[in-house]
Write a protein that binds this ligand. Structure first.
Ligand code: ADP
Ligand code: MG
Length: 390
């Protein structure tokens, strides 16, 4: 039974010959609304999944790092904590936990070595942030064991630095903040400029609703280059508008901003990207207002609008994601949108509890009819962020 603290501790003991000092959990996440906004200093609204990465960890006094994942065929990776170097490519998957050790040391924290064994129920590469779960579980363990006294948000920032600088992936802060800071029964409203956060009640079950995740199990290769291209386009848009980041363009001024970009001869893709980012920031605020008013049902429409914007303006969707959204809506879901970076990965679907079966069947048969691989569909109950299990 992988995925339990006891099994992870047992796995650790088999590998390293002694029980771990403790076991920590950190969840994957889905983002409800606010996509490609986090590198524009904007707003996001993720929730933690019940799927977690568990890290069984013990300290070492000799500065050696031993890293093992039940999901990697690689065996135990052995590194020296003091000589970790960014983007050295050292260790493949192990760069994620090693990067956390590096980032903690870079931040001046006294840290010896560690033995680490991880297991995970977070699907990898599905846009559900298995990478952040792995980083945050590692960071939470080292924070507790070495008595560093860092807050969840501080751990998230260090985990992001590990992924950006050590692994070399230019991700925003949302994934790590979600994995570190989410609360059960809530979505996390996050201002990615100053990391202001608020837990927004999102108890779907009490309202007779369900949130489904459709993992398309497809990942298109163009994703990486497209992310950098969207990011550069957004930065160009902000520069042309004379703002620090697109988050500084109020939604009420969007038509005027778009007209100015056009008059200045900005390329049409930059104009589309600006329209997406500014309108998605506004969608986050609209969703929050509805949730605060106890009107979760009404957020469905906003999810659909968000999907159209990602598909038509940012152009980061895929045939599978569009089909998941269309089939869900046609089967009576309240709303749906792609979530995460796109080009495959996952979609979220909001539905009445009694419509779930119909929606799932509709998505599955639409995928079969289109010749796509069978998607993995599961329910996302808003779960809690990183915590110690034993
Ligand atoms: P996502 O975060 O959306 O799942 P990423 O591409 O950001 O996708 O991260 C996936 C990578 O993270 C994997 O290819 C692997 O290197 C690493 N990873 C995540 N979880 C684990 C795990 N439990 N064991 C080993 N590697 C993992
Ligand atoms: Mg990731």
């Amino acid at each position: 039974m992988s995925g339990t603290a006891a099994a992870t501790a047992d796995g650790f003991e088999e590998l390293y010959g002694a029980a771990p000092e403790g076991v920590w959990a950190a969840p994957g996440r889905v983002n409800l609304i606010g996509e490609y906004t986090d590198f524009n200093d904007g707003f996001v609204m993720p929730l933690a999944l019940p799927h977690t990465t568990l890290a069984a960890v013990s300290r070492r006094t000799d500065g050696v790092l031993r890293l093992h994942s039940a999901d990697s065929p690689q065996g135990v990776v052995r590194l020296d904590a003091a000589s970790l170097a960014p983007r050295s490519g050292a260790g493949g998957w192990a760069a994620y936990p090693a990067g956390v050790v590096w980032a903690l040391r870079e931040a001046g924290h006294e840290l010896g070595g560690a033995d680490i064994h991880v297991t995970s129920t977070v699907p990898t590469g599905a846009g559900l942030s298995s990478s952040a779960a792995l980083e945050v579980a590692t960071a939470a363990a080292l924070n507790d064991l070495y008595g560093l006294g860092l807050s969840p948000a501080e751990l998230a920032v260090l985990a992001q630095r590990a992924e950006n600088e050590f692994v070399g992936v230019p991700c925003g802060i949302m994934d790590q903040m979600a994995s570190a800071c989410c609360a059960e029964g809530h979505a996390l409203y996050l201002d990615t400029r100053d990391l202001t956060q608020r837990q927004v009640p999102f108890d779907l079950v009490a309202q007779g609703l369900r949130l489904l995740v459709v993992d398309t199990r497809v990942k298109h290769e163009l994703g990486d280059g497209a992310y950098a291209e969207r990011r550069a386009g957004c930065e160009a848009g902000a520069r042309a508008l004379g703002v620090r980041a697109l988050r500084d363009v109020p939604y009420a001024e969007l038509p005027d901003a778009l007209a100015r970009l056009e008059a200045a001869g900005q390329p049409e893709n930059v104009i589309r990207y600006v329209r997406h980012v500014v309108s998605d920031d506004a969608r986050v605020e609209r969703v929050i207002a509805l949730l605060d008013a106890g009107e979760a049902r009404a957020t469905g429409e906003i999810l659909l609008e968000g999907h159209a914007s990602l598909r038509d303006d940012l152009r980061v969707s895929s045939a599978e994601l569009d089909l998941a959204v269309e089939a869900s809506a046609a089967a009576g879901a309240l709303g749906a949108r792609m979530t995460g970076g796109g080009f495959g990965g996952s979609a979220v679907v909001l539905a009445e509890a009694d419509a779930v079966e119909r929606v799932v069947k509709a998505v599955e048969s639409a995928f079969a009819g289109a010749g796509h691989p069978a998607p993995r569909v599961f329910e996302a109950t808003p779960s809690k962020g990183a915590h110690r299990l034993r």
